[in-house]
Design a protein around this ligand. Structure first.
Ligand SMILES: Nc1ncnc2c1ncn2[C@@H]1O[C@H](COP(=O)(O)OP(=O)(O)OP(=O)(O)O)[C@@H](O)[C@H]1O
Length: 275
């Protein structure tokens, strides 16, 4: 879809997911252009979360393909991998419901996210237990990365507070920081603005733009795929919008065009206006 020579970060090709007799996703194709925030929108039951679950390995699609081209230019066919290998390939996600470790501190939540990379960095060896320097260096880097993200989301002063004691909007941003601590090529967010007040939504919008642009921390600019019902946020921060209805793609384009698309107005925005 992109007109540049840079490969899209994600390419979804003829993706199909059937649950028994229900065709939840019907030959859906779209791309997430590199360096963008791409939103996946549509009415309830349109198939958005199912598409997400196919991309992130929670479901094995009935048909079609999902290709990721990582930061380093490596192409990975995601639909053949298990979910932990998809995470390792560079796809991080958050869920509709908050899934932090509520009793652990904000900092601990961000360190746990880096457990796999930390151990890989040291060859899963006994060095970790013996405190050998390679492990110590990797551990220090993990703590520095966590601190950077805590600063980026304005929670460094609450690093040692249990995650469950934080206000809801802070927990939402902490989940995003946790996903970013894995150093993904693609960040997938399922309704990150759900339940946020207007100020929290503004904070979220700023955070997502800074993640896309690589200005949040020293991490590279990161492409984002976003499911979101809050049209205010979608229209404000998305570069590209894909619209599903009844399992099919009905429109795709920049937010300004999507806002005026008659199919979208009929299927989704029109419905919202009637509420
Ligand atoms: N595990 C499953 N088993 C059977 N049917 C499912 C399953 N997951 C989703 N569905 C069905 O697939 C269709 C698409 O659901 P999905 O959750 O992907 O929609 P959505 O666009 O994310 O909706 P919402 O905005 O309400 O979250 C729905 O009819 C849903 O009931």
């Amino acid at each position: 879809m992109s007109t540049t020579l840079v490969p899209d970060i994600l390419s979804v090709e003829e993706l199909t997911m059937r649950f028994g007799g229900l065709l939840a996703v019907d030959r859906v194709s779209f791309e997430v252009p590199r360096g963008t925030i791409t939103a996946l929108i549509g009415p309830n039951g349109a198939g958005k979360t199912t598409v997400f679950n196919c991309i992130t390995g929670f479901y094995r699609p009935t048909g079609g393909a999902v290709r990721l081209t990582t930061h380093e230019g490596r192409e990975v066919i995601l639909n053949t991998l298990k979910d932990h290998n998809i995470a390792r390939a560079g796809v991080a996600r958050t869920f509709q419901n908050i899934r932090l470790f509520a009793g652990m501190t904000a900092l601990e939540n961000l360190l746990i996210a880096q457990h796999g990379p930390l151990h890989r960095a040291t060859g899963f060896g006994i060095g970790a237990l013996l405190g050998i320097s390679g492990y110590k260096a990797a551990e220090a880097a993990a703590i520095e990365r966590a601190a950077e993200w805590l600063r980026a989301i304005g929670l460094i002063a609450r690093a040692d507070d249990p995650a469950g004691s934080l206000p809801y909007g802070d927990q939402r941003r902490l989940e995003i920081a946790r996903a970013m601590c894995t150093g993904p090529s693609l960040l997938c967010l399922d309704e990150p603005a759900a339940g946020l007040n207007p100020r929290e939504s503004d904070d979220l919008a700023r955070l997502l733009l800074s993640i896309r642009d690589g200005t949040a921390t020293s991490a590279a600019p990161t492409s984002i795929l976003l499911i979101e019902h809050d049209m205010g946020i979608v229209m404000r921060i998305s570069d590209h919008v894909v619209v599903l209805d009844h399992g099919k793609k009905i429109a795709e384009g920049p937010p300004a065009a999507i806002r005026q698309d008659p199919h979208v107005i009929a299927a989704y925005l029109g419905e919202a206006e009637q509420e």
